[in-house]
Write a protein that binds this ligand. Structure first.
Ligand code: PAF
Length: 278
């Protein structure tokens, strides 16, 4: 497994693969890998001749400097985790390699970026869209694999690829959950033991709300009941718990296919997000 730190050596190897007619799959990550990432790697491995995992903690998508500073950086552990998965290489650039001093471009997907996460994390999706566009250019991947856990991110990436005619196929992969239903996330490792025991209530409340909505229960009452349940269980602020169109993320006053329930909720000092189909 190669480790590239600079774009030129990555591009030289990718160019060699392309000359041989080999397809390239990329799994963009910020490291601190868990089983959710490894499932993306497995999907990439099954669909591509060569697999690149990118590990880059992208400063432009953090609107909170403490969150950026506290984000786990575990490059050696990540490399050891990836070794058995047949990954051809890890691209782990330094910030200056991605954003040289004269860097001046931002990719901004209007509409989709301005709601839900966009309301609470201003600038997050511009930073994400900018780095993902760069990673597509740097890796020249034919396919890119993203988790449905970050549902809104997946919709933003699909939009930018369509709008900018980028020749990469976006593959969305199902959320990987612990046995108790908690969606895997690098942030889960910051939960205390008591918070970790409580955390699956988020998914349980969402699943129950989805069943009720599907059965025709009123949207506002159902979501209010789910929020009350989270508060009673000990969760903190619910930033959003909303029924939206699955692709356009438009608010839905009644279930219309395809619909998605999306939530962001604080538990102690950790912000959990989750989403499920309705
Ligand atoms: O989902 C993530 O880990 C990041 O948003 C991504 C796609 C790697 C871009 O930095």
């Amino acid at each position: 497994m190669k480790i590239w730190h600079d774009v030129a050596s990555l591009r030289a190897d990718v160019a060699g693969w392309k000359r041989q007619g080999l397809s390239v799959g990329v799994v963009p990550t910020m490291g601190a890998l868990h089983e959710g990432h490894l499932s993306l790697v497995e999907a990439a491995r099954a669909a591509s001749d060569r697999v690149i995992v990118t590990i880059f903690v992208n400063p432009k998508q953090f609107n909170n400097p403490d969150d950026l500073a506290n984000y786990p950086r575990t490059e050696e552990r990540d490399a050891a985790l990836l070794a058995p998965y047949g990954v051809d290489g890890i691209f782990a650039p330094a910030p200056a390699e991605v954003y040289p001093a004269d860097f001046a471009t931002t990719v901004s997907v209007s509409g989709l970026s301005e709601t839900l996460e966009g309301t609470f994390r201003p600038g997050h999706f511009d930073g994400m869209a900018t780095v993902v566009t760069k990673l597509f250019g740097m890796t020249q991947a034919d396919r890119a694999f993203f988790g449905e856990k970050d549902w809104q991110q997946l919709q933003v990436v699909r939009r930018l690829v369509a709008d900018l005619n980028i020749a990469v196929e976006i593959v969305g992969c199902p959320t990987v959950r612990d046995a108790d239903g908690l969606a895997m996330s690098s942030r889960n490792m910051r939960l205390t033991a008591a918070e970790r025991a409580l955390a699956p209530v988020l998914n349980t409340a969402m699943r129950e709300a989805a069943v009720a909505l599907r059965a025709g229960a009123p949207v506002a009452d159902t979501l209010a009941a789910a929020e009350a349940r989270l508060a009673a269980a000990g969760f903190g602020r619910v930033e959003y718990l909303e029924l939206r169109g699955a692709a356009d993320l438009a608010p839905q006053g009644a279930v219309q296919d395809p619909a998605r329930l999306l939530a962001a909720v604080w538990l102690g000092a950790v912000r959990l997000i989750d989403n499920i189909a309705v």
